[in-house]
Design a protein around this ligand. Sequence first.
Ligand code: ATP
Length: 326
Amino acid sequence: MKKAEILKLLRESGDYLSGQELCGRFGVSRTAVWKIITSLKEEGYEIEAVQNKGYRLKASPDLLEEGEIVSRLGTSRMGKNLICLPSTGSTNVDAKKAAEEGAPEGTLVVTDCQKTGRGRRGRAWESPAGCNLYFTLLLRPSCRPGQASMLTLVMALAAAGAVRELGLDAGIKWPNDIVLSGKKVCGILTEMSAETDYIHYVVIGTGINVNQEKFPEEIEKTATSLKREKGEQIARAALLASIMAHFERAYETFCASWDLRTLLPAYQELLLNKDRPVRVLDPGGAFEGVARGINDSGELLVERPDGTLEAVYAGEVSVRGIYGYV
Ligand code: ATP
């Protein structure tokens, strides 16, 4: 895709690139370059053209569109097969369909708006248009089905890492929420298709409140966005590319042992529940205790009042802070 390549080159150079140089690099005519530049300008890119110097990218619009994303991705596998949709029902549903049709590991479905975004246990994920990030990554790990739920934690680590690079103090509420100032800014929903001992595929859906300013009343007290916390607009495609880079590294580490032993220190450091009283809402019976951290399998270790340590598996369980959301 020449447009994305030209955009990437302009962005990376940060300086003027001559029309001649661009033609040479991509083996296209001056007219072809001019046409691409013109269409980029029409999409909202600010590109300065100076005689004898060439073109310089001054500013990019906040688009979640293929050229913009591809020009920012620095990964070797994650997001290389990109499905970009202006609007959809749920990116997890789209990714599952792509998986059934043979899409490769690392396939990324991104949209600007979800009509039926979902959270765990069939709950809704508020997904308005034009301000946030909604994406699903398709993986085909060769681990056992029971190990796949750890991938939620790997994505949480990647998303929190990318948000922290924006200068925000993101933490993780086990297993799958990214939290800022005690409020939820990101949710993750992992789904899998597997036989007893074989995974066909895993999809990890992530919704991040990026530039949303107002929330519906039901979640107003528990939800926030990056813009609200930072006080400035965040470029969605850049954030997505950063999450992909973080995830690719963390996933490689996870795949080396099929557990979280190497990622554990980084996760524990961001784990907001640590040493806090929690109520574990287990379908088999709720109980209270103090969260002490996670183990190599990503289970939350909860100390019961009698001092025994219980390992809680993420699957169907919710954890609530006793003195607040975390
Ligand atoms: P729990 O805290 O019970 O473990 P969860 O982390 O599993 O929940 P999810 O299923 O990931 O929660 O997310 C769904 C819930 O998140 C909804 O029930 C709603 O309360 C809340 N929610 C929905 N949309 C948003 C949003 N855009 N931002 C923040 N919170 C949201």
